[in-house]
Design a protein around this ligand. Structure first.
Ligand SMILES: Cc1cc2nc3c(=O)[nH]c(=O)nc-3n(C[C@H](O)[C@H](O)[C@H](O)COP(=O)(O)OP(=O)(O)OC[C@H]3O[C@@H](n4cnc5c(N)ncnc54)[C@H](O)[C@@H]3O)c2cc1C
Length: 326
């Protein structure tokens, strides 16, 4: 996995001043629009260069209107809590959209409907209060609902897809469509959302249980996590997906990489599938660690470790732009 040079078509983007003033002005009326916003401020690894535009729409209607205004050649990057994101040191030459103002949680008798920007931990707590079980694991995953759906987040033998019934999606050209979970080909840490789209909200079918028992399960999960993971240092959770029948952490440890450091980035001594930022890591340091582990594990075992963390390189940005234009 390489951070590739910027795609020539992509670098041919006109400078801000040459773009139609209209879309920048009109979008900025729909929420908070920042220019050259450092992404290190918005990712739990605390690395990443500047986003050319960082946009937080005021509400759902503003999010829909902004998708209709955004020119198709501008790459779009949906951002939740940035807890599974590794963004290039060169930044993101497009618009990062942060849906944290869309954060309503609507609990019904046996289901919950959640907007994309709601923290998963808040969803889990509210479901517990209403005696609804099935999303306890969300109490321990530090992301928003949109990111959780895009990643099919999971742990402690539960995952988003177990209870997800439908997802409301804002398509790249600004239409809103509801998909049943079955239509999204959800698999381990992957949801096949339409290209260039955003999750707006999702509904989960849950089952009734005693609030105290649900809370007890959530407490146990939190305790197990804090006993085994380096939560006091910047990280992105598991760096690699577990290969079938094995654990990425075991393979990394067996390759002698626990504690191995490049620049400011290090495979945690506490949990080998976590890379921690020891203070001044760059994205390049982390990518170099990822590639080193992939190479060594492949050489020693023949197993190809696949990153779970979403690497936002220039090639990914160029692909995103072409998907929106098609
Ligand atoms: C300490 C720690 C522990 C973790 N433990 C776990 C764990 O146990 N299990 C697990 O699965 N993960 C875990 N993670 C990883 C991460 O928290 C999850 O993947 C989470 O679901 C990401 O949510 P986010 O809001 O931070 O998404 P981001 O990191 O912001 O985004 C992740 C991906 O989702 C996309 N995305 C975000 N929002 C939207 C949207 N509204 N519409 C469409 N796409 C969107 C982004 O473009 C990106 O591709 C952990 C991370 C940390 C730091």
């Amino acid at each position: 996995m390489m951070l590739e040079p910027m795609n020539p078509a992509h670098s041919a983007l006109p400078p801000t001043t040459a773009l139609s003033e209209d879309w920048v002005g009109q979008i900025s009326a729909l929420g908070a629009l920042l220019e050259d916003e450092p992404m290190a401020r918005h990712t739990t690894l605390m690395v990443g260069g500047a986003a050319r535009w960082y946009f937080r729409p005021n509400n759902r209607d503003a999010a829909i209107a902004s998708m209709r205004l955004l020119p198709a050649h501008i790459p779009l990057l949906p951002l939740g809590r940035g807890s599974n994101m590794l963004i290039s040191d060169d930044g993101f030459d497009g618009l990062v959209i942060d849906l944290s103002e869309l954060n309503a949680i609507d609990v019904d008798a046996c289901s919950v409907t959640v907007e994309a920007g709601a923290r998963m931990s808040r969803v889990a707590r509210q479901c517990a209060e209403h005696g609804l079980s099935g999303c306890e694991f969300m109490a321990t995953v530090p992301g928003d609902m949109g990111g959780g759906i895009a990643m099919n987040a999971g742990c402690f033998a539960q995952q988003v897809s177990d209870t997800l019934s439908q997802v409301e999606v804002l398509l790249s050209h600004g239409d809103v469509q509801t998909f049943s979970a079955d239509a999204l080909n959800i698999s381990y840490r992957h949801t096949a959302l339409p290209a260039g789209s955003l999750v707006l909200s999702a509904t989960f079918d849950l089952h009734i249980d005693h609030p105290e028992q649900i809370r007890e399960r959530m407490r146990n999960m939190r305790m197990r996590r804090s006993a085994t993971q380096p939560l006091s240092q910047p990280n992105c959770g598991s760096v690699f997906k577990n290969p079938a029948g094995d654990h990425a952490a075991r393979l990394i440890e067996a390759a002698g990489l626990k504690g191995f450091t490049i620049g400011g980035a290090c495979f945690s001594k506490q949990h080998a599938n976590f890379i921690v930022n020891e203070g001044d890591a760059s994205c390049a340091d982390i990518v170099a660690l990822i590639e080193h582990a992939q190479h060594l594990v492949q050489q020693q075992t023949g197993i190809e470790l696949e990153p779970e963390v979403r690497v936002i390189s220039h090639s990914a940005q160029a692909m995103e732009a072409s998907q929106r234009e098609s």
